[in-house]
Design a protein around this ligand. Structure first.
Ligand SMILES: [Ca+2]
Ligand SMILES: [Ca+2]
Ligand SMILES: [Ca+2]
Ligand SMILES: [Ca+2]
Length: 530
Protein backbone atom coordinates (compact mmCIF):
# COMPACT_ATOMS: atom_id res chain seq x y z
CA UNK A 1 0.00 0.00 0.00
CA UNK A 2 1.03 3.56 -0.45
CA UNK A 3 -0.59 6.25 1.64
CA UNK A 4 -0.49 8.91 -1.01
CA UNK A 5 -2.95 10.87 -3.06
CA UNK A 6 -3.86 12.42 0.23
CA UNK A 7 -0.33 12.87 1.36
CA UNK A 8 -1.09 15.54 3.89
CA UNK A 9 -3.79 13.45 5.49
CA UNK A 10 -1.51 10.44 5.43
CA UNK A 11 1.30 12.38 6.99
CA UNK A 12 -1.06 13.63 9.67
CA UNK A 13 -2.16 10.09 10.41
CA UNK A 14 1.42 8.91 10.51
CA UNK A 15 2.20 11.62 13.02
CA UNK A 16 -0.75 10.47 15.11
CA UNK A 17 0.38 6.86 14.94
CA UNK A 18 3.93 7.77 15.89
CA UNK A 19 2.66 10.02 18.67
CA UNK A 20 0.54 7.18 19.99
CA UNK A 21 3.50 4.84 19.87
CA UNK A 22 5.77 7.28 21.61
CA UNK A 23 3.07 7.79 24.23
CA UNK A 24 3.39 4.12 25.07
CA UNK A 25 0.45 2.64 23.24
CA UNK A 26 0.77 -1.12 23.15
CA UNK A 27 1.92 -1.93 19.67
CA UNK A 28 2.98 -5.51 19.33
CA UNK A 29 1.41 -8.04 21.63
CA UNK A 30 3.38 -11.12 22.65
CA UNK A 31 3.78 -13.83 20.03
CA UNK A 32 0.75 -16.01 19.48
CA UNK A 33 0.37 -19.39 17.90
CA UNK A 34 -0.11 -19.06 14.17
CA UNK A 35 -3.63 -19.62 12.97
CA UNK A 36 -4.43 -22.54 10.73
CA UNK A 37 -3.74 -21.85 7.06
CA UNK A 38 -7.33 -22.72 6.35
CA UNK A 39 -8.36 -19.52 8.09
CA UNK A 40 -7.35 -17.57 5.01
CA UNK A 41 -9.12 -19.06 2.02
CA UNK A 42 -11.16 -17.85 -0.89
CA UNK A 43 -10.79 -14.14 -0.99
CA UNK A 44 -8.38 -11.77 0.63
CA UNK A 45 -7.63 -9.71 3.69
CA UNK A 46 -7.35 -5.97 3.71
CA UNK A 47 -5.81 -3.54 6.13
CA UNK A 48 -7.45 -0.13 5.89
CA UNK A 49 -6.53 2.60 8.34
CA UNK A 50 -5.59 0.07 10.99
CA UNK A 51 -8.55 -2.28 10.64
CA UNK A 52 -8.18 -5.80 9.29
CA UNK A 53 -11.01 -6.85 6.98
CA UNK A 54 -11.83 -10.14 5.38
CA UNK A 55 -12.99 -9.62 1.81
CA UNK A 56 -14.99 -11.47 -0.74
CA UNK A 57 -14.24 -9.65 -3.97
CA UNK A 58 -16.83 -11.59 -5.90
CA UNK A 59 -19.73 -10.58 -3.70
CA UNK A 60 -18.10 -7.19 -3.01
CA UNK A 61 -18.44 -7.58 0.69
CA UNK A 62 -16.04 -6.97 3.56
CA UNK A 63 -16.24 -7.66 7.25
CA UNK A 64 -14.00 -6.28 9.97
CA UNK A 65 -11.91 -8.92 11.75
CA UNK A 66 -9.65 -7.01 14.11
CA UNK A 67 -7.86 -3.75 14.78
CA UNK A 68 -4.16 -3.69 13.92
CA UNK A 69 -2.37 -1.38 16.35
CA UNK A 70 0.15 -0.21 13.79
CA UNK A 71 0.52 1.14 10.30
CA UNK A 72 1.49 -1.80 8.11
CA UNK A 73 2.62 -1.98 4.51
CA UNK A 74 3.52 -4.52 1.83
CA UNK A 75 1.03 -7.05 3.20
CA UNK A 76 1.35 -10.54 1.71
CA UNK A 77 0.12 -13.99 2.73
CA UNK A 78 2.47 -16.91 3.34
CA UNK A 79 0.34 -20.08 2.99
CA UNK A 80 2.87 -22.43 4.58
CA UNK A 81 2.74 -20.43 7.81
CA UNK A 82 -0.91 -19.46 7.63
CA UNK A 83 -0.19 -15.81 8.28
CA UNK A 84 0.53 -12.50 6.63
CA UNK A 85 3.83 -10.69 6.49
CA UNK A 86 4.04 -6.91 6.52
CA UNK A 87 6.41 -4.03 7.16
CA UNK A 88 5.33 -2.04 10.22
CA UNK A 89 6.53 1.35 11.44
CA UNK A 90 7.91 1.33 14.98
CA UNK A 91 9.61 3.99 17.07
CA UNK A 92 13.00 2.41 16.37
CA UNK A 93 12.36 1.99 12.65
CA UNK A 94 10.57 -0.47 10.40
CA UNK A 95 10.01 -4.03 11.52
CA UNK A 96 8.84 -7.19 9.80
CA UNK A 97 5.65 -8.39 11.44
CA UNK A 98 3.50 -11.46 10.99
CA UNK A 99 -0.27 -11.11 11.30
CA UNK A 100 -2.54 -14.11 11.63
CA UNK A 101 -6.04 -14.11 10.11
CA UNK A 102 -7.48 -13.26 13.51
CA UNK A 103 -5.44 -10.06 13.55
CA UNK A 104 -2.79 -11.07 16.11
CA UNK A 105 0.53 -9.39 15.38
CA UNK A 106 3.98 -10.85 15.99
CA UNK A 107 7.17 -8.76 15.73
CA UNK A 108 9.86 -10.61 13.76
CA UNK A 109 12.58 -8.00 14.13
CA UNK A 110 13.96 -5.02 12.24
CA UNK A 111 13.25 -4.81 8.50
CA UNK A 112 16.40 -5.50 6.44
CA UNK A 113 18.06 -2.83 4.31
CA UNK A 114 16.00 -1.76 1.32
CA UNK A 115 12.67 -2.90 2.75
CA UNK A 116 12.03 -0.17 5.32
CA UNK A 117 9.84 1.95 3.03
CA UNK A 118 8.31 -0.88 0.97
CA UNK A 119 4.61 -0.54 0.29
CA UNK A 120 4.02 -3.08 -2.50
CA UNK A 121 4.29 -6.69 -1.42
CA UNK A 122 3.42 -10.17 -2.68
CA UNK A 123 4.57 -13.67 -1.75
CA UNK A 124 5.11 -16.64 -4.06
CA UNK A 125 7.05 -19.82 -3.32
CA UNK A 126 8.57 -18.58 -0.10
CA UNK A 127 9.75 -15.31 -1.66
CA UNK A 128 8.39 -11.92 -0.60
CA UNK A 129 8.58 -9.38 -3.44
CA UNK A 130 8.83 -5.87 -2.05
CA UNK A 131 8.91 -2.47 -3.65
CA UNK A 132 9.00 1.02 -2.26
CA UNK A 133 10.65 3.98 -3.88
CA UNK A 134 13.60 2.17 -5.38
CA UNK A 135 14.59 -1.37 -6.10
CA UNK A 136 12.75 -4.64 -6.21
CA UNK A 137 13.81 -6.39 -3.04
CA UNK A 138 13.17 -10.09 -2.44
CA UNK A 139 13.08 -11.45 1.12
CA UNK A 140 12.98 -15.13 2.03
CA UNK A 141 9.91 -16.08 4.07
CA UNK A 142 10.65 -19.79 4.00
CA UNK A 143 10.95 -20.57 7.69
CA UNK A 144 13.08 -23.63 7.05
CA UNK A 145 15.63 -21.85 4.86
CA UNK A 146 18.90 -20.56 6.37
CA UNK A 147 18.24 -17.13 4.83
CA UNK A 148 14.82 -16.76 6.49
CA UNK A 149 13.88 -13.06 6.67
CA UNK A 150 17.04 -12.03 4.83
CA UNK A 151 17.21 -10.17 1.55
CA UNK A 152 17.99 -12.75 -1.14
CA UNK A 153 17.87 -10.43 -4.17
CA UNK A 154 17.95 -6.71 -4.69
CA UNK A 155 17.44 -5.54 -8.26
CA UNK A 156 16.84 -2.13 -9.86
CA UNK A 157 13.72 -1.83 -12.00
CA UNK A 158 14.04 -0.87 -15.66
CA UNK A 159 12.17 2.35 -14.92
CA UNK A 160 10.45 4.13 -12.09
CA UNK A 161 7.29 2.22 -11.16
CA UNK A 162 4.08 3.93 -10.14
CA UNK A 163 2.03 1.20 -8.49
CA UNK A 164 0.76 1.30 -4.91
CA UNK A 165 0.62 -2.48 -4.65
CA UNK A 166 1.16 -5.55 -6.80
CA UNK A 167 0.43 -9.24 -6.82
CA UNK A 168 1.97 -12.31 -8.41
CA UNK A 169 0.19 -14.00 -11.28
CA UNK A 170 1.03 -17.65 -10.53
CA UNK A 171 1.23 -18.99 -14.08
CA UNK A 172 3.70 -16.41 -15.40
CA UNK A 173 5.31 -15.41 -12.13
CA UNK A 174 4.93 -11.75 -13.18
CA UNK A 175 3.96 -9.03 -10.72
CA UNK A 176 0.95 -6.98 -11.79
CA UNK A 177 -0.32 -3.62 -10.59
CA UNK A 178 -2.15 -0.57 -11.87
CA UNK A 179 -0.29 2.65 -12.69
CA UNK A 180 -2.86 5.39 -12.49
CA UNK A 181 -0.95 8.68 -12.74
CA UNK A 182 -1.49 10.97 -15.69
CA UNK A 183 -4.58 11.51 -17.77
CA UNK A 184 -4.88 8.06 -19.32
CA UNK A 185 -6.98 5.38 -17.70
CA UNK A 186 -5.11 3.12 -15.31
CA UNK A 187 -2.38 1.10 -17.02
CA UNK A 188 -2.03 -2.58 -16.29
CA UNK A 189 1.70 -2.92 -15.66
CA UNK A 190 3.79 -6.05 -15.29
CA UNK A 191 7.16 -6.45 -13.61
CA UNK A 192 9.38 -9.42 -14.32
CA UNK A 193 10.96 -10.20 -10.95
CA UNK A 194 13.82 -12.09 -12.59
CA UNK A 195 14.99 -9.11 -14.66
CA UNK A 196 13.35 -6.05 -13.11
CA UNK A 197 11.82 -5.17 -16.47
CA UNK A 198 8.68 -3.02 -16.25
CA UNK A 199 6.13 -3.34 -19.08
CA UNK A 200 2.77 -1.67 -19.63
CA UNK A 201 0.48 -4.47 -20.73
CA UNK A 202 -2.72 -2.60 -21.52
CA UNK A 203 -4.96 0.29 -20.65
CA UNK A 204 -7.73 -0.77 -18.33
CA UNK A 205 -11.19 0.38 -17.42
CA UNK A 206 -9.78 1.78 -14.16
CA UNK A 207 -9.96 5.58 -13.97
CA UNK A 208 -6.74 7.55 -13.57
CA UNK A 209 -5.57 8.35 -10.08
CA UNK A 210 -2.71 7.51 -7.76
CA UNK A 211 -4.57 5.99 -4.87
CA UNK A 212 -4.73 2.30 -5.65
CA UNK A 213 -3.21 0.95 -2.48
CA UNK A 214 -4.11 -2.70 -2.76
CA UNK A 215 -3.83 -5.29 -5.51
CA UNK A 216 -4.89 -8.94 -5.40
CA UNK A 217 -5.08 -11.45 -8.26
CA UNK A 218 -7.72 -14.11 -7.71
CA UNK A 219 -7.49 -17.70 -9.01
CA UNK A 220 -9.68 -16.76 -11.95
CA UNK A 221 -7.06 -14.32 -13.22
CA UNK A 222 -8.80 -11.11 -12.19
CA UNK A 223 -6.78 -8.32 -10.61
CA UNK A 224 -8.71 -6.49 -7.88
CA UNK A 225 -7.44 -3.03 -7.01
CA UNK A 226 -8.92 -0.82 -4.32
CA UNK A 227 -8.92 2.94 -4.55
CA UNK A 228 -8.24 4.32 -1.10
CA UNK A 229 -10.03 7.65 -1.43
CA UNK A 230 -13.35 6.15 -2.55
CA UNK A 231 -13.34 2.62 -1.15
CA UNK A 232 -14.26 1.39 -4.64
CA UNK A 233 -12.71 -1.83 -5.85
CA UNK A 234 -11.97 -2.33 -9.55
CA UNK A 235 -11.99 -5.82 -11.01
CA UNK A 236 -9.60 -6.10 -13.98
CA UNK A 237 -9.58 -9.39 -15.95
CA UNK A 238 -5.92 -9.89 -16.90
CA UNK A 239 -6.91 -11.45 -20.22
CA UNK A 240 -9.34 -8.63 -21.05
CA UNK A 241 -8.33 -5.55 -19.05
CA UNK A 242 -10.71 -3.16 -20.78
CA UNK A 243 -13.70 -5.02 -19.38
CA UNK A 244 -13.16 -3.73 -15.91
CA UNK A 245 -16.03 -3.64 -13.44
CA UNK A 246 -16.19 -1.93 -10.07
CA UNK A 247 -18.02 -2.08 -6.80
CA UNK A 248 -18.07 -0.07 -3.61
CA UNK A 249 -16.36 -2.17 -0.97
CA UNK A 250 -15.47 -0.11 2.10
CA UNK A 251 -15.58 3.47 3.30
CA UNK A 252 -12.86 5.77 2.04
CA UNK A 253 -9.52 5.13 3.71
CA UNK A 254 -6.28 7.04 3.96
CA UNK A 255 -4.29 3.92 3.30
CA UNK A 256 -5.11 0.37 2.31
CA UNK A 257 -3.22 -2.80 1.61
CA UNK A 258 -4.46 -6.25 0.73
CA UNK A 259 -3.21 -9.80 0.33
CA UNK A 260 -4.92 -12.68 -1.40
CA UNK A 261 -5.61 -16.01 0.28
CA UNK A 262 -5.23 -19.45 -1.28
CA UNK A 263 -8.31 -20.79 -2.97
CA UNK A 264 -10.14 -23.76 -1.49
CA UNK A 265 -12.35 -25.83 -3.77
CA UNK A 266 -15.17 -28.29 -3.52
CA UNK A 267 -14.84 -31.16 -6.01
CA UNK A 268 -17.05 -34.14 -6.84
CA UNK A 269 -16.47 -37.89 -6.55
CA UNK A 270 -18.24 -39.58 -9.48
CA UNK A 271 -16.33 -42.21 -11.48
CA UNK A 272 -13.59 -40.72 -13.62
CA UNK A 273 -15.46 -41.14 -16.92
CA UNK A 274 -17.83 -38.35 -15.87
CA UNK A 275 -14.99 -35.83 -15.71
CA UNK A 276 -14.22 -35.49 -12.01
CA UNK A 277 -10.56 -34.66 -11.42
CA UNK A 278 -8.83 -31.38 -12.07
CA UNK A 279 -6.87 -32.91 -14.94
CA UNK A 280 -10.21 -33.66 -16.62
CA UNK A 281 -11.47 -30.14 -15.85
CA UNK A 282 -13.75 -31.69 -13.24
CA UNK A 283 -16.50 -29.64 -11.62
CA UNK A 284 -15.23 -27.42 -8.81
CA UNK A 285 -16.65 -24.59 -6.78
CA UNK A 286 -14.89 -21.98 -4.73
CA UNK A 287 -16.17 -22.16 -1.19
CA UNK A 288 -18.19 -19.11 -0.22
CA UNK A 289 -16.77 -16.88 2.48
CA UNK A 290 -19.83 -14.97 3.39
CA UNK A 291 -23.04 -16.50 2.21
CA UNK A 292 -24.70 -19.76 2.92
CA UNK A 293 -25.14 -21.50 -0.39
CA UNK A 294 -25.04 -25.26 -0.23
CA UNK A 295 -26.63 -28.52 -1.21
CA UNK A 296 -27.83 -29.71 2.17
CA UNK A 297 -26.10 -28.14 5.14
CA UNK A 298 -22.43 -28.49 4.37
CA UNK A 299 -19.77 -28.01 1.71
CA UNK A 300 -16.57 -29.98 1.98
CA UNK A 301 -13.30 -28.98 0.38
CA UNK A 302 -10.82 -31.10 -1.48
CA UNK A 303 -7.55 -30.56 -3.29
CA UNK A 304 -8.86 -32.54 -6.26
CA UNK A 305 -11.80 -34.65 -7.33
CA UNK A 306 -11.73 -38.17 -5.90
CA UNK A 307 -13.46 -40.51 -8.32
CA UNK A 308 -14.99 -43.56 -6.70
CA UNK A 309 -17.11 -46.46 -7.87
CA UNK A 310 -20.14 -45.44 -5.84
CA UNK A 311 -19.46 -41.68 -5.74
CA UNK A 312 -19.29 -41.91 -1.97
CA UNK A 313 -15.88 -40.46 -1.09
CA UNK A 314 -17.14 -37.00 -0.17
CA UNK A 315 -19.19 -35.88 2.79
CA UNK A 316 -22.39 -35.21 0.87
CA UNK A 317 -25.84 -34.33 2.09
CA UNK A 318 -28.43 -36.22 0.07
CA UNK A 319 -29.90 -39.19 1.87
CA UNK A 320 -29.02 -42.55 0.38
CA UNK A 321 -30.16 -44.59 -1.39
CA UNK A 322 -31.40 -42.16 -4.01
CA UNK A 323 -34.10 -43.78 -6.10
CA UNK A 324 -35.31 -42.38 -9.40
CA UNK A 325 -38.58 -43.72 -10.77
CA UNK A 326 -38.35 -44.56 -14.45
CA UNK A 327 -40.89 -42.55 -16.44
CA UNK A 328 -40.99 -39.90 -13.77
CA UNK A 329 -37.40 -38.82 -13.31
CA UNK A 330 -37.23 -36.51 -10.35
CA UNK A 331 -34.96 -35.93 -7.38
CA UNK A 332 -35.61 -33.81 -4.32
CA UNK A 333 -32.57 -31.80 -3.34
CA UNK A 334 -32.16 -30.07 0.02
CA UNK A 335 -30.61 -26.62 -0.44
CA UNK A 336 -29.68 -23.56 1.54
CA UNK A 337 -29.59 -20.16 -0.12
CA UNK A 338 -28.83 -17.37 2.30
CA UNK A 339 -27.18 -15.11 -0.24
CA UNK A 340 -30.15 -12.81 -0.78
CA UNK A 341 -30.44 -13.42 -4.50
CA UNK A 342 -31.53 -16.34 -6.65
CA UNK A 343 -29.13 -19.20 -7.31
CA UNK A 344 -29.31 -22.02 -9.84
CA UNK A 345 -29.42 -25.74 -9.17
CA UNK A 346 -28.51 -27.97 -12.12
CA UNK A 347 -28.48 -31.76 -12.15
CA UNK A 348 -27.17 -34.23 -14.68
CA UNK A 349 -28.62 -37.72 -14.60
CA UNK A 350 -26.90 -40.36 -16.73
CA UNK A 351 -30.11 -41.39 -18.44
CA UNK A 352 -28.52 -43.36 -21.25
CA UNK A 353 -25.98 -45.14 -19.08
CA UNK A 354 -22.95 -44.23 -21.19
CA UNK A 355 -20.96 -43.17 -18.13
CA UNK A 356 -20.96 -39.54 -19.24
CA UNK A 357 -23.08 -36.52 -18.50
CA UNK A 358 -24.48 -34.95 -21.65
CA UNK A 359 -26.16 -31.64 -22.16
CA UNK A 360 -29.49 -33.33 -22.81
CA UNK A 361 -29.27 -35.08 -19.46
CA UNK A 362 -29.48 -31.82 -17.57
CA UNK A 363 -32.35 -30.47 -15.53
CA UNK A 364 -32.24 -27.13 -13.76
CA UNK A 365 -34.21 -24.92 -11.45
CA UNK A 366 -33.85 -21.49 -9.92
CA UNK A 367 -33.27 -21.52 -6.16
CA UNK A 368 -34.91 -18.53 -4.54
CA UNK A 369 -33.48 -17.11 -1.30
CA UNK A 370 -34.86 -19.17 1.55
CA UNK A 371 -35.77 -22.23 -0.53
CA UNK A 372 -35.01 -25.43 1.36
CA UNK A 373 -35.95 -28.14 -1.16
CA UNK A 374 -35.81 -28.12 -4.93
CA UNK A 375 -37.27 -30.87 -7.07
CA UNK A 376 -35.44 -31.46 -10.33
CA UNK A 377 -37.38 -33.10 -13.14
CA UNK A 378 -35.90 -34.69 -16.23
CA UNK A 379 -38.32 -34.72 -19.14
CA UNK A 380 -36.15 -37.05 -21.17
CA UNK A 381 -36.61 -40.70 -20.37
CA UNK A 382 -34.26 -43.29 -19.00
CA UNK A 383 -32.65 -45.24 -21.84
CA UNK A 384 -30.38 -47.58 -19.98
CA UNK A 385 -31.14 -51.02 -18.68
CA UNK A 386 -28.61 -50.57 -15.92
CA UNK A 387 -30.05 -50.50 -12.46
CA UNK A 388 -27.54 -48.01 -11.14
CA UNK A 389 -26.48 -44.73 -12.57
CA UNK A 390 -25.00 -41.41 -11.46
CA UNK A 391 -26.27 -37.96 -10.65
CA UNK A 392 -24.22 -34.78 -10.55
CA UNK A 393 -25.70 -31.78 -8.76
CA UNK A 394 -24.21 -28.29 -9.03
CA UNK A 395 -25.46 -25.26 -7.16
CA UNK A 396 -24.40 -21.97 -8.73
CA UNK A 397 -24.31 -18.59 -7.05
CA UNK A 398 -25.80 -16.91 -10.11
CA UNK A 399 -29.28 -17.71 -11.37
CA UNK A 400 -28.08 -17.41 -14.97
CA UNK A 401 -24.88 -19.37 -14.64
CA UNK A 402 -23.73 -21.43 -17.57
CA UNK A 403 -24.44 -24.87 -16.19
CA UNK A 404 -21.97 -27.49 -17.37
CA UNK A 405 -21.11 -30.83 -15.77
CA UNK A 406 -17.43 -29.84 -15.64
CA UNK A 407 -15.36 -26.71 -15.11
CA UNK A 408 -14.94 -24.14 -12.34
CA UNK A 409 -17.60 -21.99 -10.68
CA UNK A 410 -17.64 -19.23 -8.11
CA UNK A 411 -19.32 -20.26 -4.89
CA UNK A 412 -21.95 -22.95 -4.43
CA UNK A 413 -21.27 -26.66 -4.39
CA UNK A 414 -21.03 -29.89 -6.38
CA UNK A 415 -22.30 -33.24 -5.14
CA UNK A 416 -22.02 -36.50 -7.09
CA UNK A 417 -24.23 -39.44 -6.19
CA UNK A 418 -24.92 -42.95 -7.28
CA UNK A 419 -28.64 -43.46 -7.89
CA UNK A 420 -30.86 -46.48 -8.40
CA UNK A 421 -33.51 -46.62 -11.08
CA UNK A 422 -36.80 -48.00 -9.94
CA UNK A 423 -39.60 -49.29 -12.13
CA UNK A 424 -42.81 -47.54 -11.25
CA UNK A 425 -45.67 -49.59 -9.85
CA UNK A 426 -48.03 -50.90 -12.52
CA UNK A 427 -50.57 -48.23 -13.36
CA UNK A 428 -51.75 -48.26 -16.97
CA UNK A 429 -53.07 -44.70 -16.76
CA UNK A 430 -49.64 -43.24 -16.25
CA UNK A 431 -46.68 -45.43 -16.95
CA UNK A 432 -46.25 -49.04 -17.79
CA UNK A 433 -43.36 -51.26 -16.98
CA UNK A 434 -41.34 -53.26 -19.42
CA UNK A 435 -42.55 -56.50 -17.94
CA UNK A 436 -46.14 -55.72 -18.76
CA UNK A 437 -45.58 -54.60 -22.32
CA UNK A 438 -43.55 -56.99 -24.40
CA UNK A 439 -41.80 -55.12 -27.21
CA UNK A 440 -43.25 -55.75 -30.65
CA UNK A 441 -41.43 -54.14 -33.58
CA UNK A 442 -43.64 -51.77 -35.53
CA UNK A 443 -43.60 -48.32 -37.05
CA UNK A 444 -42.67 -45.27 -35.00
CA UNK A 445 -45.40 -44.00 -32.72
CA UNK A 446 -45.61 -40.58 -34.28
CA UNK A 447 -44.21 -39.01 -37.40
CA UNK A 448 -43.74 -35.68 -35.62
CA UNK A 449 -41.04 -37.02 -33.42
CA UNK A 450 -37.87 -38.51 -34.86
CA UNK A 451 -36.82 -41.69 -33.16
CA UNK A 452 -33.94 -44.11 -33.48
CA UNK A 453 -36.32 -45.97 -35.78
CA UNK A 454 -35.11 -49.58 -36.01
CA UNK A 455 -35.24 -49.87 -32.26
CA UNK A 456 -38.58 -48.27 -31.68
CA UNK A 457 -41.37 -50.59 -30.73
CA UNK A 458 -45.04 -50.38 -30.02
CA UNK A 459 -47.03 -52.44 -27.63
CA UNK A 460 -50.37 -54.08 -28.39
CA UNK A 461 -53.00 -51.39 -28.27
CA UNK A 462 -55.16 -53.34 -25.92
CA UNK A 463 -52.56 -52.99 -23.22
CA UNK A 464 -51.97 -49.27 -23.41
CA UNK A 465 -53.72 -46.07 -22.60
CA UNK A 466 -52.56 -43.04 -24.52
CA UNK A 467 -51.65 -40.06 -22.43
CA UNK A 468 -52.05 -36.67 -23.99
CA UNK A 469 -49.59 -33.94 -23.15
CA UNK A 470 -50.70 -30.48 -24.08
CA UNK A 471 -48.51 -27.44 -24.17
CA UNK A 472 -48.94 -25.54 -20.95
CA UNK A 473 -47.34 -22.35 -19.69
CA UNK A 474 -43.87 -23.11 -18.35
CA UNK A 475 -44.12 -24.12 -14.77
CA UNK A 476 -41.70 -25.59 -12.29
CA UNK A 477 -44.25 -28.13 -11.18
CA UNK A 478 -45.48 -29.35 -14.52
CA UNK A 479 -45.09 -33.08 -15.05
CA UNK A 480 -43.39 -34.28 -18.15
CA UNK A 481 -43.21 -37.77 -19.49
CA UNK A 482 -40.17 -39.76 -20.47
CA UNK A 483 -39.89 -40.61 -24.12
CA UNK A 484 -37.42 -41.71 -26.71
CA UNK A 485 -36.80 -38.85 -29.06
CA UNK A 486 -34.02 -37.11 -30.89
CA UNK A 487 -30.35 -37.78 -30.08
CA UNK A 488 -29.44 -36.45 -26.63
CA UNK A 489 -27.64 -33.29 -27.70
CA UNK A 490 -30.60 -31.90 -29.58
CA UNK A 491 -32.77 -30.90 -26.68
CA UNK A 492 -32.48 -29.30 -23.27
CA UNK A 493 -34.52 -31.29 -20.78
CA UNK A 494 -35.13 -28.45 -18.41
CA UNK A 495 -38.44 -28.59 -16.72
CA UNK A 496 -39.43 -25.26 -18.19
CA UNK A 497 -39.02 -26.47 -21.77
CA UNK A 498 -42.18 -26.61 -23.86
CA UNK A 499 -43.45 -29.63 -25.70
CA UNK A 500 -45.25 -29.31 -29.03
CA UNK A 501 -48.92 -28.49 -28.69
CA UNK A 502 -51.23 -31.47 -28.31
CA UNK A 503 -48.46 -33.96 -28.76
CA UNK A 504 -49.80 -37.41 -28.08
CA UNK A 505 -47.29 -39.75 -26.62
CA UNK A 506 -48.14 -43.35 -26.21
CA UNK A 507 -46.37 -43.69 -22.96
CA UNK A 508 -46.67 -47.39 -22.56
CA UNK A 509 -44.65 -48.29 -25.63
CA UNK A 510 -41.75 -46.24 -24.59
CA UNK A 511 -40.36 -48.01 -21.61
CA UNK A 512 -39.26 -51.14 -23.47
CA UNK A 513 -38.24 -49.07 -26.44
CA UNK A 514 -35.87 -46.92 -24.49
CA UNK A 515 -33.80 -49.84 -23.41
CA UNK A 516 -33.05 -50.81 -26.98
CA UNK A 517 -32.58 -47.22 -27.97
CA UNK A 518 -30.13 -46.70 -25.18
CA UNK A 519 -27.68 -49.12 -26.66
CA UNK A 520 -27.84 -47.34 -30.00
CA UNK A 521 -27.26 -44.00 -28.37
CA UNK A 522 -24.53 -45.36 -26.17
CA UNK A 523 -22.68 -46.66 -29.18
CA UNK A 524 -22.77 -43.15 -30.57
CA UNK A 525 -20.71 -42.15 -27.54
CA UNK A 526 -22.09 -38.68 -27.61
CA UNK A 527 -19.65 -36.43 -25.84
CA UNK A 528 -20.66 -33.05 -27.09
CA UNK A 529 -22.57 -32.24 -23.94
CA UNK A 530 -19.40 -32.17 -21.87
CA1 LIG B 1 -16.91 -32.32 -2.37
CA1 LIG C 1 -23.43 -30.52 0.65
CA1 LIG D 1 -25.02 -40.07 -20.29
CA1 LIG E 1 -20.57 -38.07 -3.47
Amino acid sequence: MRPRGADRVATASLVLVVAALVAGTVFLPPPQAAASPSDCVNGSYLVADGSLFQLDEQSSRARAVATIPAQVNALAYQPSQGRFFAIASQPDGSHIVAIDPAGRVTDLGPAPDGTEDAYAGAIADGRWYLHGRGDLVVVSVDRHAPDYLDVVTRRPLSRALDVGDWDVEPETGLLFGIEGSGRDPGRLTAVNPATGRVTVVALTGVPSGRDFGSAVIDPFGTLHVLRNVTGVMYHVPLDDPRHTTSSKLIEAARSVDAAGCPQAWDFGDAPASYGTTLSDDGPRHTISNFDTLSIGDTVDDELDGEPSEAADTDADDLERPIEVAIGRQRVNVPVRNGQGRPALLAGWLDLNGDARFERAERAASTVAPGNTTITLHWSRGVTTADRHSFLRLRLYAQAFAEARPTGPALGGEVEDHQIRYRWPKADPTTTTSAAQIPPVPERPPTSERPTPSPTTTRAPTSAITPTTISATPPSRTRETVGYVAAPPESQEPQESSSLPSSLTVVVAVLVPAVIVAARTIARGAVRSGR
